[in-house]
Design a protein around this ligand. Sequence first.
Ligand code: G3D
Ligand code: MG
Length: 177
Amino acid sequence: MTEGYLFKVIVVGDAGVGKTSLTIRFAHGYFIDSYLMTIGVDLYTKNVDLGIGKPIKLQIWDTGGQERFKKLRPLYYKGAAGGLLVYDITNKNSFKHVKNWFNEVQRYCGRIPLILVGNKVDLIKDRKVSVAEEKRLAESFKIPHYRTSAKTGENVNDVFLKLAKFIYETSIGGKNI
Ligand code: G3D
Ligand code: MG
């Protein structure tokens, strides 16, 4: 009998954009496993309820600060059902690099559901990325765009919920558990 779904979720972007903070904020700090200590992937899980009668378990893979560690990539990306492409709205370079992250995800995972996430919206007065630029990028990728704050919690649950929904609806990578 099918009891639910398990989706592997990746969170990519430059170091410092807030990937770990977003993950911990969403998973309420519930640390599950330090997967492969040597390369430092941390796994977090949380159930989400999309009102479909079955729970969806999001298993979120956090790189533990090893974003650019080549050896990690095949393992990190393998079997990912969807992901967040994160930049920091106060850091222009992190926004410029989103395209590289997008290409890398596509190379390893193909066309999986992704959401563009501008984090640190609590620092909106220091923003270095314009609304027009964000809009243009999300449109060029044909993916949704959210602004979040891991600090205040703004939109954090919503963005993970949206991703779960997006994955469920496209039915890629869901495994019965
Ligand atoms: P990473 O996992 O992408 O490398 P982290 O990023 O989650 O480690 O966050 C990097 C720094 O940004 C941390 O500060 C963290 O507290 C801060 N940060 C993350 N998200 C937000 C946010 O939404 N708003 C603000 N104001 N800061 C945020 P430190 O000082 O520990 O380096
Ligand atoms: Mg981190």
